[in-house]
Design a protein around this ligand. Structure first.
Ligand code: PLP
Length: 449
């Protein structure tokens, strides 16, 4: 790992600041500070343009699961580029990696989720799910079944539809969202439940809220429910025990499809290739995934459908409709080759087992920070964790947003060689799955400081 020597980092910094519109960025502060240029990487570390090394506590953006700098990934990608870098999969063409990865995902996904549609990331995987669901109910003759229910603080992406399904209120400020189709119920955040309420009552209340919402909108109008197994960008919210199973039962009762957004949770972050069944005991109708599918080495997302849904959308339609949905880069062979190599590495190195072992240590060590005066909650599972900072641990009162506590903690950590993600008053940790005890000890000591 070394910084490139033939590039002026000052020039890069300037070009970036003047011309690159960064995603999800406050341009007012960006214009003053510009960006930290990342120039190199290895395993769990990244290196900036000045050669400073950082432990990447957030795995890029919850995604660099196998770690950085894998030579065999570089080779697999280069080999595919040499063989055939692109071909359209519209209609009756395919490529070796697109077909093989689909079969592999069908093998790994729970239940009879055996059919894979590819896109370029998580937002597109969720948009695709909505189009499939609408097409599916139209073909079943249930044309009024169009509405989507999701949850406040759920995050499902940044395209128009995925952002409408997203329930993080802050993300909607200054934008319009689709309000006819999408409806939100409240977030099952155990930390913020009313004082004295049991977890079981809290859980049942949230489940009842879904049933009430379906009845209010009319079961004949509600098509699907979208949920992350553990909410990520909404603050790493682990729902109470049994929540997903009870929610699925309500969906089944009213013919509402359950979409499990596993964009963050799939491919090892919770110690399983998919978390829906292995961690939460449910087999949804659709799983969407991205991020860890290629460990971020190339863009790729997938929408994985059950046999039942595939049967309906693939049979000859009375109205002559065919499934007119897809992208130039659906099933891009180089991305699919990266996906296959990524899964091969995860299986060979038993990274899911490692996460189950090391995740327990990570959780336990992070919880030691609860003795600090501002740490109100440490939550999450395994390699998907969050620290919630509060003004008062008793009342759980929030710290004034102007204090930018999450950002200040992230800045302090970065100055000490650790990248953590600020999320309002919280800090999120989603490191590469190759993290060792020594790395964890460094993270905890740095956070404590
Ligand atoms: N769904 C979840 C749960 C996510 O966390 C994200 C991104 O963070 C998305 C969807 C959107 O994925 P992408 O940014 O690849 O479009």
């Amino acid at each position: 790992m070394s910084k490139p020597t033939n590039i002026s980092m000052q020039e890069v910094w300037q070009q970036d600041r003047d011309h690159y519109i960064h995603p999800w960025t406050d341009f007012s502060t960006f214009k003053e500070t510009g960006s930290m240029v990342l120039a190199d990487s290895d395993n769990v570390h990244v290196v900036d343009g000045d050669g400073n090394r950082y432990l990447d506590g957030i795995g890029g953006l919850w995604c660099v699961n196998i770690g950085y700098g894998r030579e065999e990934m570089a080779q697999a990608i280069a080999e595919q580029v040499r063989q055939i870098p692109y071909y359209s999969c519209f209609g009756h063409h395919t490529t070796v990696p697109a077909a093989k990865l689909a079969a592999k995902l069908a093998e790994l996904a729970p239940g009879n989720l055996n059919h894979v549609f590819y896109g370029c990331g998580g937002s597109v995987a969720n948009d695709t799910a909505v189009r499939i669901i609408h097409f599916y109910f139209n073909q079943l003759g249930q044309k009024s079944k169009k509405k989507i229910i999701s949850r406040i603080d759920g995050y499902h992406g940044s395209t128009y539809m995925a952002m409408s399904i997203t329930g993080v209120k802050f993300d909607h400020i200054g934008f319009d969202i689709e309000e006819q189709l999408v409806h939100h119920i409240s977030c099952p955040n155990p930390y913020r439940r009313p004082a004295g309420q049991s977890l079981e009552d809290f859980c049942n209340e949230k489940v009842q809220e879904l049933e009430d919402k379906i009845l209010e909108l009319g079961p004949a109008k509600v098509a699907a429910f979208f949920a992350e197994p553990i909410m990520g960008a909404g603050g790493v919210i682990v729902p109470p025990e049994g929540y997903h199973q009870k929610i699925l039962a309500v969906c089944r009762k009213y013919g509402v499809l359950y979409v499990s957004d596993e964009v963050v949770t799939a491919f090892g972050r919770l110690g399983h290739m998919f978390a829906s069944e292995a961690e939460f005991g449910i087999v949804p109708d659709i799983i969407t995934c991205a991020k860890g599918l290629t460990s971020g080495y190339l863009p790729l997302g997938a929408t994985i459908l059950s046999d039942e849904i595939y049967e309906v959308i693939s049979k000859p339609q009375a109205d002559g409709a065919i499934f007119t949905h897809g992208f130039t880069y659906s099933g891009h062979p180089v991305s699919c080759a990266a996906g296959l190599k990524n899964i091969e590495i995860m299986e060979r190195e038993q990274l899911c087992d490692q996460v189950r072992d090391m995740g327990a240590y990570f959780e336990a060590q992070l919880k030691t920070l609860l003795d600090l005066p501002i740490v109100g909650d440490v939550r999450g599972r395994k390699f998907m964790m969050c620290i919630e900072n509060v003004a008062d641990k008793e009342t759980k009162a929030l710290i004034d947003p102007k204090a930018r506590v999450g950002n200040r903690i992230a800045d302090h950590c970065q100055a000490r060689g650790l990248i953590v993600r600020p999320l309002a008053h919280m800090n999120v940790l989603s490191p590469p799955l190759t993290l060792t005890k020594e790395h964890i000890d460094f993270m905890i000591a740095t956070l404590r400081e």
